[in-house]
Design a protein around this ligand. Sequence first.
Ligand code: KG4
Ligand code: ZN
Length: 335
Amino acid sequence: MRVLGIETSCDETGVAVYDTVLRGAAALRAQALYSQIALHAEYGGVVPELASRDHVRKLVPLIRETLAQAGMTPADLDGVAYTAGPGLVGALLVGAGVARSLAWALEIPAIGVHHMEGHLLAPLIEDDPPAPPFVALLVSGGHTQLVAVEAIGSYRLLGETLDDAAGEAFDKTAKMMGLPYPGGPQLAALAEQGTPGAYRFSRPMTDRPGLDFSFSGLKTQVLLAWRDSDQSDATRADIARGFEDAVVETLAIKCARALDAAGSNTLVVAGGVGANRRLRERLTTMCAQRGGRACFPRPALCTDNGAMIAFAGALRLDAGQHDDASVRAVPRWDM
Ligand code: KG4
Ligand code: ZN
């Protein structure tokens, strides 16, 4: 089954084709991504109306480009998957409308995919994928969750953030210290130049049992440290390093706990913050020390992309599921 995947939930237009007959990373036949970062940069964040309009402009050309890359025509497709939510409703409607229309014209099934299920399954696109049961850490701009994956489609929430998501904390902290949008990756790059230990921030909620997170207090600690500092470039890098170490260590402590709670030694990491180099290193070491394994998608499949939607949709369509002819766009939706 060859499935076209469409992602338009926020500020990236992502398209891909996944072929269920092929195995491993080769099954991802083609993918294309258009990032709206430059469009939103001057506003310091995503402007929903501008995002929708840009998806309208970019989506159809990207579908053409992806099919050309795969050496396919629309007639070669067996199904269409699109992000049905959660996300910006106008942006979602663009992807959903195009996906449904295409499926209707080609007389093939379409399916709406949960954006976070897409992220969660992205590590399984790679060669030598882990098989459930495993524990997944979902760390994006909107979510920070630990999930026990009993089987594909069977998810149990173990813990989640009580306030800011990890990616959101990265972005807000970066903004506070004057870094340009999007802050997370910029802050991580700056942290590479910082001195470890020059600033030490707390590891929130690790001193008591439980698997929930809270990152908003950490953000306030950084704000106070930055305000009282000389605000030099070197200090900014040191604070960035202290912040990153605090987030990474907190996530590592909770992941180890979640593995214990689930009786598993396999950790799957997904979502934009999963692209963070130090987090990848730390979780790889933590899992290796307990004789297990940490699995990550390549960094380009950690952040929003069409491949994860094509893959998650392909699994469902292949299992015989599909939606009726309605256009689904669900801005708030629990997985
Ligand atoms: O999954 P994603 O692309 O979009 C959402 O569904 O939210 O995640 C985006 C988030 C942003 O908050 C961004 O700052 C963060 O992931 N991010 C990073 C890195 N790359 C992206 N955070 C820390 N280090 C990175 N290298
Ligand atoms: Zn995402």
